[in-house]
Design a protein around this ligand. Structure first.
Ligand SMILES: Nc1ncnc2c1ncn2[C@@H]1O[C@H](COP(=O)(O)OP(=O)(O)OP(=O)(O)O)[C@@H](O)[C@H]1O
Length: 287
């Protein structure tokens, strides 16, 4: 066991290069701007921010799917840039918002779940299937689904398949990008509670990316608030919700409350005029 953070980002930036379209080259886009954070044992780190704030770009950098244009990513104290995709995948798994599009519709659930083991060349086919059966049981899916196809399942069941597939290789950290936002409200809590139970069983850490402040409050131990590619506030979940310090965090919480009071789905879209005013405010973005 090591006491180094499982994941550490130091001053990480990512700029999408301008794309060439029919109207010429578009301007480069700084989607992530000097982000530093660490994920340590026991953490469930929430990342919140409105659409376009850079959350998914940050997740892709953590998963090694994008190379940062600046800064350093360390996994277990080693530069992620010197690791293979496979070495990264051994440490970090992920689940995305829409379980349907992330599951191969032509493969049975058993094959989908066992596939990461096949890619790693682990065990015989029979051993891989046995592990897939076990993990499906752990995520609460009856064995009859082993031979089923994704289109024969509900959204919540498909997300359980995605979770099983992510966990079969036993990563330490799971990145969950809006894991329940495509699900019916009635099954959202079941999936979130399953993730919390699995945390105990697998000794897992999570990064939970969500627009839904209810999800963030229910799930996380710490929260990073992103705005225009930067982390403007990071604190324990309790402090973020009880004493938000940054004006943008306060704005997010207020706008969430307003929507929630109207019984709608909490959403982080904030008022554009207020946003522009805050962008002008010189002290708005913490350096
Ligand atoms: N491939 C790309 N090329 C150019 N710009 C991109 C690309 N992908 C994302 N962007 C831009 O980078 C910024 C950050 O996008 P990103 O998807 O990381 O935000 P997000 O916070 O995850 O948003 P959402 O919650 O809507 O998924 C946005 O302005 C987006 O338009």
């Amino acid at each position: 066991m090591t006491d180094k953070p499982v994941l550490e980002l130091s001053n990480v930036s990512h700029e999408y290069r301008g794309r060439r379209g029919i109207f010429g080259q578009s301007a480069p886009m700084l989607a992530v701007d000097k982000v530093s954070l660490r994920v340590e044992r026991g953490d469930i780190l929430g990342i919140v921010g409105e659409s376009g704030s850079g959350k998914s770009t940050l997740a892709k950098i953590m998963l090694g799917l994008l190379t940062p244009t600046e800064g350093e990513v360390l996994l277990d104290g080693r530069p992620a840039g010197s690791m293979t995709r496979r070495q990264i995948a051994e440490r970090i798994g992920f689940i995305f918002q829409d379980p349907y599009s992330s599951l191969n519709p032509r493969q049975t659930v058993g094959k989908i779940v066992a596939y990461p083991l096949y890619l790693r060349g682990e065990g015989t086919s029979a051993q891989r299937q046995e592990r897939a059966r076990k993990i499906l049981d752990i995520v609460g899916l009856p064995l009859r689904f082993f031979e089923a196809y994704p289109n024969q399942m509900s959204g919540g069941q498909r997300q359980r398949v995605a979770i099983a597939r992510a966990l079969i290789t036993r990563p330490k950290l799971l990145i969950c990008d809006e894991p329940t936002s495509a699900l019916d409200v009635s099954v959202q809590a079941q999936v979130l509670n399953l993730l919390l139970e699995l945390r105990e069983e697998f000794n897992l850490m999570y990064i939970m990316i969500s627009h839904n402040m209810g999800v963030i409050q229910h799930m996380t131990t710490r929260v990073a608030v992103m705005y225009l590619g930067r982390i403007v506030e990071m604190n324990t979940s309790k402090r973020i919700f009880e004493e938000p310090r940054h004006p943008y965090t306060q704005l997010l919480l207020n706008s969430t409350l307003t929507v929630a009071q109207g019984a709608g789905v909490p959403d982080l879209k904030v008022d554009t005029a207020k946003r522009e005013a805050m962008r002008e405010h010189p002290s708005f973005i913490a350096s």
